[in-house]
Design a protein around this ligand. Structure first.
Ligand code: PEP
Ligand code: CO
Length: 414
C-alpha cells in the first residue's frame, strides 16, 4: 500500500496503517462490530462454518469480474442498474414460480429501461442470500410479550415464541442450500440467466466462510453473492464490515443515509476503493424524500473530490417507511417518487450520473406499499395481502409505475 494512500486516509486509525497492507478474511474479528447474533452454541457454529468453507461457492470469480466490468460502464455513464427484490427472503421452498416471477420482474424492468433510455441495464436481484436483517432494537413486543427480535431466516425464526428467536447456527447451512437452489432456478429460467445476485453482507461468520481465492486474477473474492453490500447500521469506516469487504475483489455496495457525514463517507470510500477503480464501489443513497435535496449534494461532492468513480444508486424505500393505521410498515408511492425525483435532480445538477435504482419489490399482488395509479392500494387495503417478512415491497403494478416514472426522470434530464 502506498504512503499516498495512508496520507489520504489521514492516519486517523493508527492500527490500520500496518494492517492495511495485508488483509485476512478473519481480521474483522478484532474490530468493533454491530448487529451480530449472539450464537449460544459456538461449537456448532464452528462446525457449520468449517463445513461451508470447504464446500463449493455459490458464484464464480469470472462472473464476479464480469459484474465489475458492467458496473464500470455504469460508473462512466454508459449504463444503468436496476437492483430489486425482497427485503427479507424466507426459507420457504424456492419454487420455480417464485424465482421466475422475481426474474421476470427484474428483467422486465431492465428491458423497459434499456429500450427507453438506450443504454444497457443490469438487473441485480436482492436474491439468493438476502436472509439477514439489521434491526433498530434488540427486542420487540408481540402481543404484550417481549421477545428477542427476528433477525432474518439466516439467524432465527419469526415465530413469536422465545425458543424460535434463539439464534441457530444450523440456519447458515439452510441459507446456503436455499441460496444454491434459488441460483440454480435462476440460471435455468429464461428470464433469470442475465440476473446477478446481491445481499447485505451482515452476518460475518457466514460471509467469511465464502471467501475464496481466484487463481486467475490472484485475488480473494466472496463466493456468497456477486454484489455484497454493507448497510447504514454497520458502515463505520473503521468497523468490521467495511474491513471485511475491503479485501474481496467483488464490486461492493454501501448504503448511505441522512446521518452519514461527508467525512465518514470519504473514509469509507478510501477503505473500500483505495485504487479508485470504476466498477468497484456502488453507493446506495437512502436519504428519505424530505432529506435528499438537503443531504445528498455534500456527499456527492465529497466522493467526487476524493476521486472515487462510484456508481450512485437511489434506494427510495428505506428512508420512507411509515406506519399505516393498521400498524403495518408501509411506504407511499408518492414519497418514493419524490425521493427519486430529488436524487435525479441532484446528480444531474452536479454533473454526475444517476446510475440506477434499488427497490424492494415483488411480482405479486401484495398490498404492502400505499398508492399507485392502476389498481392502487388504499391505506385500508394494506392488511388484506401483506406478506413481507420485513419491509413493505412494491407490487408488480407499482413497480411498473416507478420504472416508468424513472424513465421520465432520465429523459427529462437528457
Ligand atoms: C435493507 O436494504 O433492507 C436495509 C436494512 O437497508 P438500510 O441498511 O439502508 O437500512
Ligand atoms: Co428493507
Amino acid at each position: 500500500v502506498s504512503v499516498d494512500v495512508l496520507e489520504r486516509s489521514g492516519g486517523s486509525l493508527a492500527w490500520e496503517q500496518s494492517d492495511w497492507v495485508s488483509w485476512a478474511q478473519s481480521d474483522w474479528r478484532r474490530l468493533p462490530i454491530r448487529q451480530q447474533p449472539d450464537w449460544p452454541d459456538l461449537e456448532m457454529l464452528r462446525r457449520v462454518t468449517g463445513w461451508l468453507m470447504t464446500g463449493p461457492g455459490l458464484v464464480g470469480a469470472a462472473e464476479v469480474r464480469d459484474v465489475r466490468r458492467s458496473l464500470a460502464r455504469v460508473a462512466r455513464g454508459e449504463g444503468f442498474v436496476v437492483q430489486a427484490g425482497d427485503c427479507a427472503e424466507t426459507f420457504e421452498r424456492p419454487t420455480i414460480g417464485t424465482v421466475n416471477a422475481a426474474a421476470e420482474l427484474l428483467t422486465g424492468a431492465a428491458g423497459v429501461m434499456a429500450a427507453r433510455l438506450g443504454v444497457p441495464v443490469l438487473p441485480i436481484g436482492r436474491i439468493a442470500g438476502q436472509y439477514a436483517k439489521p434491526r433498530s432494537a434488540p427486542v420487540e413486543r408481540v402481543g404484550g410479550v417481549e421477545l428477542p427480535v427476528f433477525r432474518g431466516f439466516l439467524v432465527n425464526s419469526p415465530d413469536p415464541v422465545p425458543q424460535a428467536r434463539v439464534p441457530d447456527p444450523v440456519r447458515l447451512i439452510r441459507a446456503y442450500q436455499h441460496s444454491s437452489a434459488t441460483l440454480r432456478l435462476l440460471r435455468e429460467s429464461p428470464a433469470g440467466a442475465a440476473v446477478r445476485t446481491s445481499h447485505e453482507a451482515l452476518v460475518l461468520d457466514y460471509e467469511e466462510a465464502f471467501v475464496r481465492w481466484d487463481p486467475e486474477a490472484g485475488e480473494w473474492f466472496l463466493a456468497s453473492t456477486h454484489l455484497p453490500w454493507v448497510g447504514v447500521r454497520t458502515h463505520g469506516p473503521g468497523d468490521a464490515h467495511v474491513r471485511f469487504l475491503s479485501g474481496v475483489a467483488n464490486p461492493v455496495g454501501c448504503k448511505v443515509g441522512p446521518d452519514t457525514t461527508p467525512d465518514q463517507l470519504r473514509r469509507i470510500c478510501e477503505r473500500l476503493d483505495p485504487e479508485r477503480q470504476a466498477g468497484r464501489l456502488v453507493l446506495i443513497a437512502r436519504m428519505g424524500a424530505g432529506n435528499v435535496v438537503r443531504c445528498l449534494p455534500r456527499l456527492v461532492a465529497a466522493v467526487e473530490s476524493a476521486g472515487h468513480p462510484v456508481v450512485w444508486l437511489c434506494d427510495p424505500m428505506h428512508g420512507n417507511t411509515v406506519r399505516a393505521p393498521s400498524g403495518h410498515k408501509v411506504r407511499h408511492i408518492e414519497t418514493v417518487k419524490a425521493e427519486l425525483a430529488g436524487f435525479f435532480r441532484i446528480l444531474y445538477a452536479m454533473g454526475g450520473w444517476p446510475g440506477g435504482i434499488h427497490l424492494e419489490a415483488v411480482g405479486r399482488r401484495v398490498t404492502e406499499c400505499v398508492g399507485g395509479a392502476r389498481g392502487g392500494v388504499a391505506e385500508e387495503d394494506v392488511p388484506s395481502n401483506y406478506e413481507s417478512a420485513c419491509d413493505p415491497r412494491l407490487n408488480a403494478a407499482q413497480t411498473a409505475e416507478i420504472v416508468g416514472y424513472v424513465c421520465g426522470l432520465c429523459r427529462a434530464a437528457a
